[in-house]
Design a protein around this ligand. Structure first.
Ligand SMILES: [Zn+2]
Ligand SMILES: [Zn+2]
Ligand SMILES: [Zn+2]
Length: 255
């Protein structure tokens, strides 16, 4: 499996419009962060987790020419609003694209993109077939096994995913014991770490580090980073060896 970090920034991205802080004016390419999403290539099956506002740019940057499924973690704008741009794949592949999400999320997408889900569709609108996920219940997509893992994002229950030795958790602020069991001992764990100061719906850097230790991941990559973290070259020095800042364009492979 090949994992590509399409975006590793929080909802505003980095740099933030109009900001002249160290991270936003940094020349280190790691400090250029599009909104969080990843792409998985599993034996030629092409899957994205989340289609945020930078989806089009992310597909172009990584020359992704095929899309076999879309997984959505939750309905916040920075994870879904790029959905319209899947049209390019509909045209290329001449098929609907399967979209997997929880029932509440599919309802929210229905409201946000009523023209996609309505009966009297304008020609050329995005075409998806929806598949309802239940948290902590395994599902199969293109004959590959996935586990949607319940995590809490403030008061909002959302999902992350485990695929073999790889776990992807974004926008979490709390993981209960049942879910910890599902993602324990990952070879690669991705966790969100917004900033150093407390936040009501995201792990801080410190919380992400202690969660990574508790979950005994071999290597943990931090994502959904805000400009409040400062420059990557500075905050990476505060991390233990097994915890690494993710950055846009980072590619990992795992058996
Ligand atoms: Zn987010
Ligand atoms: Zn800034
Ligand atoms: Zn969110």
């Amino acid at each position: 499996m090949k994992i590509t970090f399409l975006g590793t920034g929080t909802s505003q991205g980095v740099p933030v419009i109009g900001c002249s802080c160290a991270a936003c004016t940094s020349e280190d390419p790691r400090d250029d962060r599009l909104r969080s999403a990843i792409h998985l290539d599993i034996d030629g099956v092409s899957i994205v987790i989340d289609t945020g506002p930078d989806f089009r740019q992310q597909m172009l940057r990584h020359q992704i020419k095929r899309l076999d499924a879309i997984f959505i973690t939750h309905e916040h704008n920075d994870h879904v609003i790029g959905l319209d741009d899947i049209r390019a794949f509909n045209f290329l592949q001449r098929t609907d694209i399967p979209l997997y999400a929880e029932e509440r999320v599919i309802k929210a997408l229905n409201q946000r993109f009523s023209y996609v889900f309505g009966y009297d569709k304008y020609p050329g609108v995005p075409k998806v077939t929806t598949h309802t996920l239940t948290a902590n219940e395994r599902f199969s997509c293109h004959d590959i096994d996935f586990m949607p893992v319940r995590v809490m994002h403030g008061k909002l229950p959302i999902i992350g995913f485990r695929i073999g030795g790889f776990s992807y958790i974004t926008d979490a602020s709390l993981i209960d014991d049942a879910s910890k069991e599902l993602i324990r001992d990952s070879e690669i764990l991705v966790l969100n770490a917004l900033r150093r100061e407390d936040h009501h719906s995201h792990f801080t850097q410190e919380q992400a580090i202690s969660m990574a230790e508790e979950l005994r991941a071999k290597t943990t990559y931090l994502t959904h980073i805000s400009h409040h973290m400062g420059m990557t070259q500075d905050w990476q020095q505060e991390l233990p060896k097994s915890v690494i800042p993710a950055y846009d364009g980072l590619v990992l492979t795992i058996d």
